[in-house]
Design a protein around this ligand. Structure first.
Ligand code: ADP
Ligand code: MG
Length: 332
């Protein structure tokens, strides 16, 4: 055991000073984490968008999960919610609830993971709380962002005839989970590594979300799975969604996996954790969608259409409803 691997009994204030203060990036409003709360100044004409998600050891992640990945996930899932609302991310707070003892190596890796995400998404640590627990580690992040007043993207704004789009690729994280958790081999060594990383290190679409304001009619981030989350847009917009299965954008690795086992199609469509954006836009906005996607550097694919009715239907080649057999696909 190296010195850094040794469990330590740093006090709350030592941990804040050594590990969390650097994550403020010296930004004024964080007050060096020395005051009772942080301060943010809203840009003129904006509304504050706020979201919280917690991860509990043993329930949302395995106790031995690498700390960098945990940091990516804890912050990433929250930044993804901001993106889904069309908000520019600004800052976040962290409630860090951890059983003792912790090692400096663990804390160093965890905060390095947060620093990575901060740099990629231009956010900083505004404040938080640090407490020990006899229970499982719990990481609760609250992310804060700005939208032009009255313009936030909602799930409920889709209209019949709107096209349905998805960013990035579909189902990689669900396959990654099969690889990480169950030791499945699906797409060769490099392919499996790619899929596993898509599961472990979500890349929230923070550059795309704000660019969809005034373009998309409804938006959601895909955390529960494409079918479920498109279902949320359909339900809150009082419409049905038709998803053309052959149009779903798949990564090369997912395609290899699917060629090897066609039954994985239901996993791709119902599995969660992709943190892509699913959104709708009127047909007349197709050019604006393409422009937004190009500006964000994120591929976007049209995968279906919103219609009168309810529920989500999978459409196969030739336009027939697709019966994908068993395996979680039924609520389609
Ligand atoms: P209080 O008792 O007023 O709640 P604390 O003693 O809990 O304050 O925290 C002191 C300062 O350290 C506060 O500014 C708080 O935001 C900050 N802080 C504590 N834990 C964290 C953390 N995990 N991440 C960021 N800031 C933190
Ligand atoms: Mg406190």
């Amino acid at each position: 055991m190296t010195r850094r691997d040794k469990p330590i009994s740093l006090g709350e204030f030592d941990i804040i000073a050594a590990y969390f203060r650097p994550l403020t990036g010296g930004r004024g409003g964080a007050l060096d984490l020395l005051d009772d709360a942080g301060i943010l100044t809203p840009p003129a004409g904006t509304q504050l968008v706020v979201t919280t998600d917690a991860l509990v050891a043993g329930r949302h992640f395995l106790a031995g999960t690498a700390p960098e990945g945990l940091a990516h996930k804890a912050l990433g899932m929250n930044l993804s919610d901001l993106a889904a609302m069309g908000a520019e991310p600004a800052a976040y707070t962290l409630a860090f609830v951890a059983p003792k003892p912790l090692s400096e190596a663990w804390l160093g890796a965890f905060t390095a993971g947060l620093a990575d995400m901060q740099a990629e998404h231009d956010v900083f640590l505004l404040g938080g709380d640090t407490v020990s627990t006899a229970g499982p580690m719990t990481l609760s992040v609250t992310a804060l962002g700005w939208v032009p007043a009255g313009k936030a993207l909602r799930r409920s704004g889709a209209r019949a005839g709107d096209d349905l789009y998805i960013s990035g690729t579909v189902g990689d994280a669900a396959l990654g989970l099969l690889i990480a958790r169950d030791g499945r081999k699906l797409a060769g060594e490099a392919g499996d590594a790619f899929l596993k990383e898509r599961y472990e290190q979500p890349r929230p679409r923070t550059r795309l979300g704000p660019r969809l304001i005034g373009v998309a009619s409804a938006c959601i981030d895909v955390s529960d799975g494409l079918a479920a989350d498109v279902g949320h847009i359909a339900e809150t917009s009082h419409l049905a969604a038709e998803v053309r299965i052959q149009d779903l954008p798949l990564s090369d690795a997912a395609r290899v996996a699917l060629d090897g086992d066609p039954r994985l199609l239901s996993t791709l469509v119902t599995g969660g954790d992709d943190y892509e954006l699913a959104f709708t836009a009127p047909p007349g906005a197709a050019d604006a969608v393409r422009t937004a996607a190009r500006a964000a550097g994120v591929p976007v694919t049209r995968i279906g259409v919103m219609t009168e009715g309810d529920g989500v239907r999978a459409i196969g080649p030739g336009g027939a409803p697709l019966d994908l057999g068993t395996g979680g696909f039924r609520h389609f």
